[in-house]
Ligand binder design. Sequence first.
Ligand code: FAD
Length: 179
Amino acid sequence: MSRFWLDRPVRADRHAFLGTSGFGPVDNISVLERYEHDAAEWTRAHGGSVVEVHCYALTSDATVPGMRSRVLDELHRVYPETTTAGIVDERHELRADCPLFPPGGFAARPTITTPEPGLVLAGDHVRVDLPVALMERAATSGMLAANRLLRLWGLRGHDVWSVPVAGRSPLLRLAARFA
Ligand SMILES: Cc1cc2nc3c(=O)[nH]c(=O)nc-3n(C[C@H](O)[C@H](O)[C@H](O)COP(=O)(O)OP(=O)(O)OC[C@H]3O[C@@H](n4cnc5c(N)ncnc54)[C@H](O)[C@@H]3O)c2cc1C
C-alpha cells in the first residue's frame, strides 16, 4: 500500500475508489479526501490530493524501493494529471497479510462447518459457495457460521440474501453442462 500526499488535486471527476485491472501490480486507487476525514482536512488546508494505491499480489521478493517507481508509473497511467504533481509526503506499507488463493484452490479451503459440531470457521480464508470475496466473504461466512451455531442451540438465525447461484432455466443449465 502506498499513500501519496500530492501538491495538486486529481481531476474533480475521479472516483473515490477505483478497482483496476491491466495496470501492472496495481489493484485499486483511492482518492482519500473523497471519503476520509483526515485526508479531507489536509486537502482543505493544502489544496492537494491524498492518493492511495494498493497492490495485493506481489512476489515474495518485492521491496518498497523496488515497487515505488512501478506504483507511481501506473498511478500516472491511470490518472495522468498526477504525473506533474509534486509529492509532499508518502508512506508505504509492505505486508504479507492478504490471504493467497491460488487458481484451483477453492475446493481445498476450510469450510464453515467442521467435524466438531460446536466448532465453526469464519473469515476471508473460508470457503463460501456464494459469489462473495474479501470483507464480504468474511462477513457472510460469519453470518453463516453464527446461524449454524444458533440452529444447534434451537435459536433462529438471520437470513443471508445473495444472487441465484444457478441459472434460472433448467434447459440452459443442462446445455451448460455439455458446453
Ligand atoms: C491493504 C488491504 C486493503 C484491503 N481492502 C479491501 C477492500 O477495499 N475491500 C474489501 O472487501 N476487502 C479489502 N481487504 C481485505 C479485507 O481486509 C479482508 O478480506 C478482511 O479483513 C478479512 O477479514 P477476516 O476477519 O477474515 O480477517 P482479518 O480482518 O485479518 O482478522 C483476523 C484477526 O485475527 C487476529 N489474529 C491473527 N492471528 C491471531 C492469533 N494467533 N490470535 C489472536 N488473534 C489473531 C488478527 O490480528 C486480526 O485482527 C483489504 C486487505 C488489505 C490487507
